[in-house]
Design a protein around this ligand. Sequence first.
Ligand SMILES: Cc1cc2nc3c(=O)[nH]c(=O)nc-3n(C[C@H](O)[C@H](O)[C@H](O)COP(=O)(O)OP(=O)(O)OC[C@H]3O[C@@H](n4cnc5c(N)ncnc54)[C@H](O)[C@@H]3O)c2cc1C
Length: 441
Amino acid sequence: MAPNAVVVGGGLAGISAAIMLADQGVAVTLLEARRRLGGRAGSFEDARTGEVLDNCQHVTMAACRVYVELLERLGVADQLAWGTRQTWIEPGGRRSTLRPLPLPGPAAFAPSMVTARFLSFKDKASIARAARLAGRTDRTSLGDLSFLDWLDGTRPTDRAIVRFWDPLIVSACNLAPERVSAEVGLHVVQGAMLGGASEAAIGVPTGPLSDLYEPVAGILEAAGGAVELGARVNAIEPRLVRCADGGEFHGDAVVCALDPAAANRLVSVDGQPPYPGVGFSPILGVHIRYDRPVLDVPHAVLVEGGVQWVFSKAADPNLVHAVVSAADAWVGLGKDEIVRRTVEEIEAYLPRARGAAVEWARPVLERRATFAATAEFQRQRPGAGLFADQGCVLAGDATSTGWPATMEGAVRSGRGAAAVVWLELRSSATGTDNGRRPGPD
Ligand SMILES: Cc1cc2nc3c(=O)[nH]c(=O)nc-3n(C[C@H](O)[C@H](O)[C@H](O)COP(=O)(O)OP(=O)(O)OC[C@H]3O[C@@H](n4cnc5c(N)ncnc54)[C@H](O)[C@@H]3O)c2cc1C
């Protein structure tokens, strides 16, 4: 009989673990508490308008190869629109475009940096200094340094910090440069700025994120498995998962692909929660429907803005999505105030928005959007594929993938967990010992 497995959590970590196991002939039951797959990288139906909206616009980069491979496996890679132009808009509306040319490493951005107007010559020289040093730095050797500690050693100008490094690091790591670990910040710099033109392309889904996960159920079913939505798990035991509604699911192996808070409630590692010191950082996304298009590029960075990025899709050009990462300053505000401030800010940067009417706006604040990638938490991240005391294998973006909280990190963690499960299943089938701790029976 084919082996079977239960994967708990239908975010990207769980989806990638489930698909990889199904591709090896394992019958996987994927349990997800919500009514849709995708977790934090998912969509919901807005009760007022009936529209399917994303929790927040998600973007990826060509450097996130494993995420793109998952989309290829799902047959939906063509639902990402790729582009290499980054539009940076200053208050008042003046624009600069950063665009990598097909040159190696940091040279790729150099020509467009020279002509960028939102930075002075001194700012650019300081950024070039930091880029050169970043290229020579082993990011894993930086211990407790924050990204700002590391950057200070490159003599950055204040304007380069506020206008360039802040938006880059905050939007990629969801934490301010003074809080994010130097290792995580440099991972972004080395991938986004130094990887050359082929790594720097930005991919944005053309439709709702949830469309990307539609093929998952079919792939699992073809291998004898299933997706169970609305399945809230309240206990994980060796080879057994119990749901709040009394449902039970048995598997030769179990993967726990929960977000850190849920994993801390349900499983332990050596008697401790798997993510004992985890802190969280919020992200705010505001969907705004105008009566006309106000943004004529797919995305733009608002220089020195409270809102860091704005997005617009060809499929729905009147809809703008504004994103505030590390949104602590917005957490206590009411919805009307959030919308008022966001609309005001967009008007300050996008001249076309000034005469446009807002038809409706929907803010979505995720208080626990991502783990806070501090140096302290970096040291504590448990390995993807580690066995919890409950006999299940851990996955999730907060495991030690080396990546910040990203779709790429989540997919990599799912693959890592699936590889461990697969070895485990194979060794039980052949009676060999793979040397791993199988958890209590
Ligand atoms: C607002 C926002 C914007 C972001 N923007 C980007 C971006 O632009 N690019 C990028 O790469 N990353 C981005 N991220 C990060 C990215 O979304 C996450 O890193 C990734 O999706 C995490 O996947 P995961 O599977 O590890 O966790 P999750 O997506 O949290 O998956 C865990 C799943 O477990 C389910 N679950 C929880 N409890 C139970 C239970 N008891 N029983 C059953 N199921 C349960 C949850 O519903 C969820 O579906 C963003 C995140 C947020 C919140």
